[in-house]
Design a protein around this ligand. Structure first.
Ligand code: RIB
Length: 297
């Protein structure tokens, strides 16, 4: 059972279902409203746990109903929440998500997620030292992500970073990451080369980028610089929210199998994740993933 530490966000997702996105200034009658557990960090933690990893979550919630519910749901998914801190004076993070035609648009209010600090990472040195993989994203402060990357390097642990939401990455972080997992836009933004061709950008970090392209699968370069493509799997798309988080969790879980195999399984897990509503709704268990892969063979 791989041991994974996730350093990241915990949100309550407030999801509106609609047939199309409203125009600016337009009021549209929607089709439904739901709340789901979310946050890129918590989603990664849940997906990795369902796939059979032993997961410790480092994150922050507010002392409120959302925070209590989200912590309880993580525990219920088998995630160790001993390192989830409750912050008194800030509310739990929320994400307002509009889902239309299987796609989504998201506005995140970070709340307590922005209180996850370098001190939290220092305090958890023991769990990072004992981990097989450290996984993070960018919904928590950059100094915290850097602290996690430094700590992972100090203890010789792979550090996988999903650079989302998109932002330019500091040079030190690019040096420290074992693998970044951007989409096309996030890759250009992370490297400070907006508008550049991704095939050239993949060469910047040979063997250290796995770029996701939704229904087109994933692209990655091996350490020799050769570009590889892993096609995605055909499924009926209900909601793409959380597909990237599932991809990252599967990568971390199957990291020990080597990059190509980990990416193959991560694409299959991400495909399954979009077949149900909610970021965590479609995340597969290990046996669901195995069954799906067997049907594709
Ligand atoms: O990646 C999907 C997640 O992004 C959602 O669960 C939402 O909380 C936002 O953080």
């Amino acid at each position: 059972m791989p041991k994974i530490v996730v350093v990241g966000s915990i949100n309550m997702d407030l999801v509106v279902l609609t047939s199309r996105y409203p125009e600016i200034g337009e009021t549209l009658t929607g089709e439904g409203f739901m709340t789901f557990a979310g946050g890129k960090g918590a989603n990664q933690a849940v997906a990795a746990s369902r796939l059979g990893s032993s997961v410790v979550m480092l994150g922050c919630v507010g002392n409120d109903a959302f925070g209590r519910e989200l912590s309880a749901r993580l525990l219920n998914e088998g995630v160790d929440t001993a390192w989830v801190d409750v912050i008194e004076e800030v509310e739990t993070g929320v994400a307002a998500i509009t889902v239309a035609g299987g796609d989504n648009a998201i506005v995140v209010i970070p709340g307590a997620n922005h209180r996850l600090s370098e001190a939290h990472v220092q305090a958890a040195e023991r769990v990072i030292r004992d981990a097989d993989v450290v996984l993070s994203q960018l919904e928590v402060p950059m100094p915290t992500v850097l602290a996690a990357a430094r700590m992972a390097r100090k203890h010789g642990k792979p550090f996988i970073l999903n650079p989302a939401p998109a932002q330019k990455l500091p040079g030190e972080l690019l040096d420290l990451v074992t693998l970044i997992t951007p989409n096309e836009f996030e890759l250009a933004t992370a490297l400070g080369c907006k508008g550049a061709d991704y095939t050239e950008l993949l060469d910047f970090l040979p063997g250290r980028v796995a770029m996701t392209r939704g229904a087109h699968g994933a692209f990655y370069s091996c350490s020799s610089g050769t570009l590889h493509h892993q096609p995605s799997f055909a499924v009926e798309v209900v909601d793409t929210t959380g597909a990237g988080d599932t991809f990252n969790a599967a990568l971390a879980t199957f990291w020990h199998l080597g990059l190509a195999e980990a990416i193959r399984r991560a694409c299959a897990a991400a495909a399954l994740s979009v077949t149900r509503l909610g970021a965590q709704g479609g995340m597969p268990t290990l046996s669901e993933l195995d069954d799906f892969r067997a049907r594709q063979a």
